[in-house]
Write a protein that binds this ligand. Structure first.
Ligand code: NAG
Ligand code: NAG
Ligand code: NAG
Ligand code: NAG
Ligand code: NAG
Ligand code: NAG
Length: 392
């Protein structure tokens, strides 16, 4: 291990196993259309995804239902057009059934949409049980925001709480929970807070369920220094991560084949954040016998491993961080550099970046005294805004 001076890497190669498509069934998914009026059908099928959304009324007893302004609503998917708001009480919580010890993707969206006609975007806090998750500042994020974590609940009940912090009224538009594979997104230090999740493609299509069995949302991302390569062949996506096949069927290479492929960002809000990186590679070009594609990964100028990457043809390789990485002053640079013997430039199909978020207290502690006490903890780490992409 000592010879790895950068990241410790774990390479997950495709396993030739029969793929069980059990997760295709939305099993264990909780998809709440918050504030869905009681006179509307629940559950209902959201047409663009096929997801079964239901009213949130069985998971929370407090709050009132609202509907965003019609001009805005006409441009949005149905689940985002209603909301639940909480004029009463400081802290209002959803109680969600989950599988203790299993990783879950937990995603919440917030859109004010002037539902009350007061034109007064609220700001409030989001908690996971007694633990601060993030601040939702809709005065700044006037077009709404989405928060997403990957977290292992410590009991079979998960509380997601909205906490009033000033004079404005907390609200929530949707709440989604997806159990995910047991052997993926494991971390030693806390939970994962989504920073960005992209597939490298010039298309404008966002991928999620049913392309993604866990309903992760993949934004198409491309940069002018890159050239897109694509395949019409099916790309094997079986490993612990299973990104959508469609996300692997395109990739970016640097247009100037001598240059590295570079993705960089600056996290001015949380310069001390720790990052977990998940890189998904598949060779999707038909290589001639005299052609080789081989490259190294570089993080903030430092080589991440001694073994170069040679993506398998039409089969996924996922490379993940075993320990989280830092960036000086929040300036992060990830690069792929071809090796001397490579005849082709590096390639990247899909890329996920998470920051570490700590939820130290057991989630289901409903003791208000405990809550008051831990609300002073400010050592947790989070990133609220996605600096590269618009996410709602
Ligand atoms: C909120 O409080 C007001 C005033 O105390 C009360 O009239 C109303 O019924 C409460 N609403 C809910 C949903 O509890
Ligand atoms: C995942 O792990 C949990 C807790 O260890 C276990 O109860 C569950 O059966 C596992 N699920 C799968 C699909 O392996
Ligand atoms: C909100 O959306 C509008 C219309 O798309 C856009 O012009 C504006 O810049 C957005 N505001 C923010 C803060 O993202
Ligand atoms: C490609 O990159 C190399 C190395 O940076 C540079 O020397 C060369 O001028 C570039 N070629 C073009 C066409 O920009
Ligand atoms: C590979 O071989 C083909 C012809 O067989 C040739 O056109 C091409 O230039 C060669 N590529 C490299 C990188 O040597
Ligand atoms: C690659 O080429 C560079 C420049 O010619 C050289 O410094 C470096 O040692 C070479 N690396 C390998 C692994 O051969």
């Amino acid at each position: 291990m000592a010879r790895y001076h950068g990241l410790w890497l774990l390479i997950i190669k495709t396993l030739a196993i029969i793929h069980i498509v059990q997760a295709q069934s939305q099993q264990g998914f909780i998809s709440l259309d918050c504030g869905l009026p009681t006179n509307e059908p629940s559950p209902y099928k959201e047409e663009s995804t096929g997801l079964q959304f239901s009213s949130d009324a069985t998971f929370i007893q407090s709050g009132q239902t609202g509907r965003i302004q019609p001009t805005l609503a006409s441009r949005l998917l149905k689940p985002y057009t209603t909301l639940r708001y909480f004029p009463n009480g400081t802290r209002n919580c959803y109680n969600l059934p989950v599988e203790k010890g299993r990783n879950h993707l937990i995603r919440a969206r917030f859109l004010y949409g002037n539902y009350d006609g007061l034109d007064n975007n609220p700001t409030f806090d989001l908690y996971l049980g007694p633990n601060p998750w993030t601040t939702i500042d809709l005065r700044r994020l006037v077009n709404g925001t989405r928060e997403e974590i990957i977290h292992i609940p410590t009991s079979n009940k998960l509380q997601v709480c909205l906490v009033k912090t000033g004079t404005t009224t907390p609200l929530i538009s949707t709440l989604e929970v997806r159990p995910i594979g047991n052997d993926s997104y494991s971390t030693q230090f806390g939970s994962l807070n989504l920073f960005f999740r992209v597939y490298l493609s010039e298309s404008k299509t966002t991928l999620r369920y049913p392309d993604d069995i866990y309903d992760r949302i993949w934004t198409a991302y491309f940069w002018k220094e890159w050239t897109q390569i694509t395949t019409t062949s099916s790309v094997g996506n079986s490993n612990n991560y299973e990104p959508p096949k469609a996300a692997l069927a395109s990739a970016a290479v640097p247009t100037n084949a001598s240059e590295p492929l570079t993705i960089d960002w600056t996290n001015t809000e949380k310069p001390d954040d720790l990052y977990y990186l998940y890189r998904h590679f598949a060779e999707i070009q038909d290589l001639q016998t005299n052609e080789t594609r081989e490259f190294n990964m570089v993080w903030n100028g430092e080589l991440m491993s001694t073994d170069p990457i040679i993506p398998d043809e039409l089969k996924i390789t996922t490379i993940l961080s075993v320990t989280p990485r830092t960036c000086a002053k929040g300036e992060c640079t990830f690069q792929l550099k071809r090796t001397n013997r490579s005849t082709l430039p590096p390639l990247l199909n899909a890329f996920e970046v998470y920051t570490v978020i700590q939820f130290p207290q057991s989630e289901t502690n409903e003791n208000e005294g405990m809550f008051q006490c831990v609300s002073n903890i400010n050592s947790f780490i989070h990133v609220r805004s996605i600096l590269l992409f618009f996410y709602f």
